[in-house]
Design a protein around this ligand. Structure first.
Ligand SMILES: [Fe+2]
Ligand SMILES: [Fe+2]
Length: 143
């Protein structure tokens, strides 16, 4: 039976897994739904994001098993906005949420004595920060 700190970490990772699954589905849906001329560049960008988030799903799922847990691949309702600007704003919200959560998760991993996992979570945090910056840049120049 996992100790209390590991249990807390596992609960947090499960929440992360669900959010990453949501992000994967949201980006995947958007990458298909984006229409018009913008589909030529924004479509592949969103598809690439979906693939990056799917890698996060796989990583978290494996980490939960490594810590003695069982990953639940449950989905949260994702944004089905049709307007591109609204789509990207919803993506930005999700990236910001991920950054806050991974900051907390890295702390929890350290407290549970999982130093290697802490480093990996910080790498995730850095990736999500890149995603956030890209979206902020796109939205800042919106016209
Ligand atoms: Fe992610
Ligand atoms: Fe992301």
């Amino acid at each position: 039976m996992a100790d209390r700190k590991t249990q807390k970490l596992l609960e947090g990772l499960q929440g992360d897994l669900e959010r990453e699954l949501k992000a994967t589905l949201q980006y995947m849906y958007q990458s298909s739904m984006v229409l018009g001329l913008r589909a030529l560049n924004v479509g592949p960008y969103l598809r690439q994001e979906a693939e990056a988030e799917l890698k996060h799903v796989a990583f978290l799922s494996d980490q939960i098993v490594n810590l003695g847990g069982v990953p639940k691949l449950a989905t949260q309702k994702f944004s089905d906005a049709r307007d591109l600007k609204t789509m990207l704003e919803h993506d930005l919200d999700l990236e910001r949420e991920s950054i806050l959560e991974y900051r907390e998760r890295a702390k929890q991993a350290e407290q549970a004595g999982e130093v290697g996992l802490k480093l990996r979570l910080e790498e995730l945090l850095a990736e999500e920060t890149d995603h956030m910056r890209d979206l902020e840049k796109i939205l800042r120049g919106w016209q």
